[in-house]
Design a protein around this ligand. Structure first.
Ligand SMILES: [Zn+2]
Length: 108
């Protein structure tokens, strides 16, 4: 058997005052998400052990992230340095940041 670490990320909008609050909305939300999970796949029950949780306050000025110019989805430019790997892959095409769904099909 192999151990597989599955990461999943959620985006949430909170008031700026919540960002540094102790046990504010962000901590309360992560408490809701960060626990062991169970799911049924076919006829098998799959148990997932919770391992870790982290939060990142997205800042397009200082981080490699931004909203896709076409659909608005948060994305990271995989062709530039320090991509945020928790976000959808994207790239700059004709001067605009685009997510992988909105990039032309022939773009790598
Ligand atoms: Zn898009």
């Amino acid at each position: 058997m192999k151990k597989v670490l599955i990461n999943s990320s959620f985006l949430v909008e909170v008031e700026e005052t919540e960002v540094h609050k102790d046990f504010g909305m962000i901590d309360q939300i992560t408490n809701e998400l960060c626990h062991d999970q169970k799911t049924i796949i076919g006829t098998s029950e799959v148990n997932m052990k919770w391992e870790s949780c982290s939060t990142v306050v997205l800042d397009p000025v200082s981080m490699n992230c931004g909203q896709c110019s076409t659909c608005g989805r948060w994305t990271t430019d995989r062709e530039k340095s320090n991509p945020l790997l928790q976000l959808c892959n994207g790239a700059t095409f004709e001067g605009k940041l685009l997510c992988d769904d909105c990039l032309p099909e022939d773009h790598k």
